[in-house]
Structure formats: C-alpha cells, structure tokens
Design a protein around this ligand. Structure first.
Ligand SMILES: [Zn+2]
Ligand SMILES: [Zn+2]
Length: 133
C-alpha cells in the first residue's frame, strides 16, 4: 500500500501517512463544527504511521481535558485530533492528496448535529452514548 500525503492549505505543514488508513468517520459534535467550520471528517492512523515532513507552522490547541487539535498557524487549516496519551492520530480527510482510497463509513455524535443541515442517512450513524469508532 503506497503512502498518502497530506498538507495544509498553504503547504507549510506537510505530512505522510503509511500503512492502512481507517475509513472516514464524520463527527457532528459541536467542537468539530467550530474547529472545522462544519463537521469533522477523519481518517486515523497509529502515530508511528504519521511522519510530519514539515512542521514549521504546526501548532496545537488543547481543546478539552482529553484531547488536542493540530493546525497550521499560517493558514489556519485544521489537521489533526489526538486523544492525550493515545497511540493513534485522527487526520482530517480533506487535507489528504487524492486518490485517498478512503470512503466514509460512519457518523458519530449525530445527536449534536447542527440545525442547518440534514444527516445523510445513507451513512451509518453510531448510537448516542456508544463509544469507539
Ligand atoms: Zn498552512
Ligand atoms: Zn467531533
């Protein structure tokens, strides 16, 4: 399986993902909607499979007790979500170069969805209160 490259809008943060990428999960939670301007759409890899090739402009925002979010401080692209202490990194799917080989397979926190759009009922929705992706 070949590597997938990703970068922020301005190119100051560039990274490489190797190995198998998890299919995309859409997160409707209020934090993701604030952070991305709309829903979050993430693939995920072991941190060992993420190589940040240019991190001049990578900054981290501690978004909650349990998580931090990585972004480009030059262009503002939102890139990463990491649970503190986890060995996994969630990566915003829209930052990846195509073809990604990915498809969207699950929606989470649909109960927190914004009031300005419809949930796509062709994509399975995780039950409220359930955990794991
Ligand atoms: Zn940038
Ligand atoms: Zn979220």
């Amino acid at each position: 399986m070949s590597d997938v490259m990703g970068q922020c809008l301005c190119g100051a943060v560039r990274f490489r993902l190797s190995g198998e990428l998890r299919n995309v999960v859409i997160c409707h939670c209020g934090q993701c909607r604030k952070w991305h301007g709309h829903v979050g759409a993430y693939t995920r890899v072991p941190i060992s499979a993420l190589r940040i090739e240019d991190e001049r402009s990578l900054s981290w925002f501690r978004s909650s007790e349990k998580a931090r979010r990585g972004f480009c401080r030059d262009c503002g692209s939102s890139l990463f979500w990491e649970r503190i202490g986890s060995d996994q990194m969630s990566v915003a799917a829209g930052t990846l170069d195509e073809p990604t080989g990915l498809s969207t397979r699950l929606q989470i926190f649909a109960e927190d969805a914004g009031d300005y759009y419809e949930i796509d009922d062709r994509i399975p929705v995780r039950a409220p209160g359930a955990t794991g992706t």
